[in-house]
Structures are given as structure tokens and as C-alpha cells.
Ligand binder design. Structure first.
Ligand SMILES: Nc1ncnc2c1ncn2[C@@H]1O[C@H](COP(=O)(O)OP(=O)(O)OP(=O)(O)O)[C@@H](O)[C@H]1O
Ligand SMILES: [Mg+2]
Length: 318
């Protein structure tokens, strides 16, 4: 497998666990293009974790196919397959008796990389996920939940895999830290361009991080696979509409940024206390500010604080 992003294809992939009546994943067909993030969402027990485990062959397919870069997963050596897939599991799963550095270096060590290489790589990855180098020598129990999640991400990235499977990677984290981790993950992805399958319960997280979203219904059947925008604007049925929520109209606003608008000039007389927001704020956040401050317009500013123009309520809601 190459080290750049790989294309992942589910082709009628089906899993029936022994002794169970229905399928956990039922004739799932979807393609994740190389370098894109596909978010899997759906009800608990809907088959999301099962779908991930099929890819790295932690469980065998009952029928159908999964292909990575056009080659069936069954044709790869299983050890090679798993080493070339970064896997972040639902409960992080760091080895408690090993330092952070050793945890991150697990796969490179298995690949026979020399000790000095592993050390350097661990340090690079700590920096990449925003942790201080001093964390290398700590143990998992000495980290907060959010920090452990970052280490889990660093470990999954260690061998520079072309494909990442992430099972609720930011699951048990408070909303503020979670938002930060999502931002960091997106920043990383803009550099690394991996193919990612990302599982979450949280539709807002799915909309934020997904290039495409796959919604599974009960019994592991695909309800809809589309861009966040299409899912919000054109849910295929009531199940999807309910799943994305009554406020899907507002959620569409979270996909666009102030900087995307045609702004009216008018930054010069900004001294009247008009609220100002950076151009990378979402339209949804901007609307929330206008409502909270009883204002009709706001000043959009660049990264250096310079005024770019004025946006009105009407601009925001189109
Ligand atoms: N090893 C197993 N043996 C039998 N049934 C299983 C096994 N693992 C999962 N299942 C069943 O398969 C279905 C799908 O489970 P899965 O863990 O894939 O769901 P999920 O979408 O990841 O759920 P959650 O959101 O709660 O993590 C469930 O009905 C579950 O009970
Ligand atoms: Mg699960």
C-alpha cells in the first residue's frame, strides 16, 4: 500500500454476527475518495464500529467486498494491512504501563524502526497534536482525557498510514476541548490529507469534520451518503431528517463562513460599537452574536484585525 491517501470502497459489505438474526452491517456500498473524511453516524448499535472493524479485518466479512486502492482487503497480508491503517478506538486504549513516547512508537517499533528514529518521530507527533515535548516521558494515567485522545491520534498517525479509522475519537470529552480537538484534527488533515473514516454520535461533529456523511439506520443499512450540505438541505427521508434535527436550516449556516459572503464596504465607521467577528467565523455563530446583542449588522475583520466589510442579518440568512 502506498503511504499517500488510499481510496476505500465498501461494496455490498455485510456482517452477520454468529447467532444473531439480523445483520449488523447490511449490504453497505460506499466509496471514500482518497484524502477525504467520511463520517459514519447513526443510532447506537447501528453497525458503525462493526463497519470499521471489517476494514482492518478485526472481524471477517460475511459477504461482499471491501477494497483499498482497488485491492480486496482479503488479499493483503493481515499484519501489513493493519500496520498501514491508523486505528483510533472508542476508548483510546493506550497501554497504561508504557510512556507516552513508547505508546506513540508502538507501530514504528513493530516495523523495526531504530530506537532513535522512533524517539524523533514521537517528538514530532507530540508537537503535531499540540502537546509539550515533556509529555514523552509521562504515563497515560498522568494525562487528562483530552490529552489522552491526542496521544491516541498521534499513535494512529505514527506509521504515516494512508488510511485512518477513528471510532468516536473525541467521544468522552467536554464540548470546549472537543471543539479544540476537532479544529486541530481539521488543521492536521489539511496538511496530511489522509483518507479517514470517522465515527461519531454527534451530528454537529459530523457536519463540522465530514467531507461526506454516511448515515446508517438500525440494522446497518445505509440511509444516505452525501455532503453535509446535501444531507441538511435534502434529507432523503424522515429518518434522516429526524436524525439531523429540526434545526437543520440553522445547521446549514454553520457550513459557511463570513469570509464567503460578498461584504458591503463600511469598516471605516466601526466606532459605533458594532460587534466584530473574524472572517473565519461561521454564519451560524455570527447570527447568534447578532441575536444576543440585538444588532442588525456586524463588522467582519481579517486575521490581523483589519476591517473587511459589514454583514447584515439579511446577508447571513440569505
Ligand atoms: N462481537 C459481537 N457479537 C455479536 N453481536 C455483536 C458483536 N459486536 C457487536 N454486535 C452487535 O452488532 C450490532 C452493531 O454493533 P456496533 O458495535 O457495530 O454498533 P455501533 O453503531 O458502533 O454502536 P455504538 O454507537 O453504541 O458504538 C449491535 O446490535 C451489537 O449488539
Ligand atoms: Mg461503536
Amino acid at each position: 500500500m502506498r503511504t499517500e491517501a488510499a481510496e476505500l470502497v465498501f461494496d455490498e459489505a455485510t456482517k452477520v454476527y454468529p447467532g444473531r438474526d439480523g445483520a449488523a452491517v447490511d449490504h453497505l456500498s460506499l466509496t471514500v475518495p482518497a484524502g477525504e473524511i467520511c463520517v459514519l453516524v447513526g443510532p447506537s448499535g447501528g453497525g458503525k464500529t462493526t463497519a470499521l472493524k471489517l476494514v482492518n479485518r478485526l472481524i471477517p466479512l460475511t459477504s461482499g467486498y471491501i477494497r483499498i486502492d482497488g485491492r480486496q482487503i482479503g488479499d493483503y497480508d493481515v499484519a501489513e494491512l493493519r500496520r498501514s491503517i491508523g486505528y483510533v478506538i472508542q476508548q483510546v486504549g493506550l497501554f497504561p504501563h508504557m510512556t507516552i513516547e513508547a505508546n506513540i512508537g508502538t507501530v514504528p517499533r513493530l516495523l523495526g524502526r531504530p530506537r532513535s528514529w522512533v524517539k524523533t518521530r514521537s517528538a514530532e507527533l507530540l508537537e503535531l497534536v499540540g502537546l509539550d515535548p515533556s509529555y514523552a516521558k509521562r504515563f497515560p494515567a498522568q494525562l487528562s482525557g483530552g490529552e489522552r485522545q491526542r496521544v491516541g491520534l498521534a499513535r494512529a498517525l505514527a506509521a504515516n498510514p494512508p488510511l485512518m479509522l477513528m471510532d468516536e475519537p473525541f467521544g468522552a470529552i467536554d464540548p470546549i476541548v472537543r471543539g479544540r480537538l476537532q479544529d486541530e484534527f481539521l488543521r492536521l488533515q489539511s496538511e496530511l490529507r489522509k483518507t479517514v473514516v470517522f465515527v461519531t454520535h454527534d451530528i454537529d461533529e459530523a457536519i463540522k469534520v465530514g467531507d461526506r456523511i454516511a448515515i446508517l439506520r438500525e440494522g446497518g443499512k445505509l440511509a444516505q451518503y452525501d455532503t453535509p450540505q446535501r444531507i441538511l438541505e435534502h434529507p432523503v427521508d424522515d429518518f434522516v431528517a429526524d436524525f439531523v434535527g429540526q434545526d437543520r436550516g440553522l445547521k446549514v449556516l454553520s457550513l459557511r463562513k463570513l469570509g464567503d459572503l460578498d461584504l458591503a464596504p463600511g469598516g471605516r465607521h466601526s466606532g459605533d460599537g458594532m460587534p466584530s467577528l473574524p472572517a473565519d467565523s461561521s454564519l451560524r455563530d455570527a447570527l447568534a452574536v447578532l441575536v444576543a446583542e440585538h444588532r442588525d449588522s456586524l463588522l467582519v475583520v481579517g486575521a490581523d484585525g483589519s476591517p473587511l466589510g459589514v454583514a447584515t442579518r439579511k446577508d447571513l440568512i440569505g
